[in-house]
Design a protein around this ligand. Structure first.
Ligand SMILES: NC(=O)c1ccc[n+]([C@@H]2O[C@H](COP(=O)([O-])OP(=O)(O)OC[C@H]3O[C@@H](n4cnc5c(N)ncnc54)[C@H](OP(=O)(O)O)[C@@H]3O)[C@@H](O)[C@H]2O)c1
Length: 249
């Protein structure tokens, strides 16, 4: 057997920047094969081995494209004996008004609401169901990336984003119940204010009052995702870990 046949494999959405980028680096460092998915082609100066070959260009806002990507991922996993050890549903969108302010429940257009739910909520369950056999074969695990906005009104995150993340948190519980008997663990992580492009101007002000008095780093989120996908979390399922410096205490 070649080395490529024995590596553990993770499929991660939204790897091109932010939390996803740090997560790919964390898993690559541990020797995992990382199959990434996002809308853009991979940067030529990709910082991890085999990045461009293991990248799948997909628009998660388009259900048909998600179906095509699932077929492509399953095909690529044949190299690994059809086994998938982890699926991390990280890609997410958080639309704002033109001036950067919050889109509330009175003025969010329905097409925005539908796009947000397709990317943040439907794509994760489509991928999990589409890759179910491969996850069973590896006795793998799933991590859904929710948000602090899923459980309380946030000054910048809009209603469609918040409700999609609340739904994803609830889906995590349902999936843990349904996937568990097949040997698959399903957990969520709920980041607070993490230093990425998704943040709005003014977030520095919010963190001045939280217990840890700072933004979180993407590597601090990647560490928890890695822990949940590792053998160290082998009896953890149906949980949602809050990574927010104590913001909601
Ligand atoms: N940063 C925070 O403070 C924070 C807080 C709470 C929750 N979160 C959650 O954490 C996750 C990652 O956040 P982040 O801050 O790292 O976000 P980010 O920097 O905005 O990155 C989002 C990622 O999702 C991908 N993506 C967006 N739309 C897509 C689509 N239609 N199809 C495929 N890929 C798509 C993007 O890649 P392309 O542009 O190449 O498609 C990108 O890689 C999200 O689910 C977010 O809601 C973040």
């Amino acid at each position: 057997m070649t080395e490529a046949d024995t590596r553990k494999t993770i499929v991660l959405t939204g790897a091109s920047r932010g939390i996803g980028h740090a997560t790919v680096k964390r898993f690559s460092r541990e020797g995992w094969r990382v199959i990434t998915c996002s809308r853009q082609d991979f940067a030529e100066n990709c910082p991890w081995p085999a990045g461009p070959e293991d990248h799948i260009k997909v628009d998660l806002a388009d259900p048909e494209d998600v179906g095509r990507a699932v077929a492509e991922i399953r095909h690529r996993l044949l190299d690994q004996g059809g086994k998938l050890h982890a699926l991390v549903n990280n890609a997410g969108i958080s639309p704002k008004l033109k001036d950067g302010s919050r889109m509330n429940s009175l003025d969010t257009p329905m097409h925005v609401w539908r796009d947000v739910f397709q990317v943040n909520f439907f794509a994760p369950i489509m991928l999990a169901r589409g890759l179910f056999k491969e996850l069973v074969a590896a006795q793998g695990s799933i991590v859904n990336v929710t948000s602090i906005a899923g459980t309380r009104v946030h000054p910048f995150a809009g209603t469609s984003y918040a409700t999609s993340k609340a739904a994803l948190g609830s889906l995590t519980r349902e999936m843990a119940h349904d996937f568990g008997p097949h040997g698959i663990r399903v957990n969520a992580i709920a980041p607070g204010e993490i230093d990425t492009a998704i943040l709005s101007p003014g977030t520095d002000k919010i963190v001045e009052t939280i217990p840890l008095r700072r933004l979180g780093a993407t590597s601090e989120v990647a560490d928890i995702i890695y822990f949940l996908c590792s053998g160290q979390a082998s009896y953890v399922t149906g949980s949602e870990i809050h990574i927010n410096g104590g913001q909601h205490v």
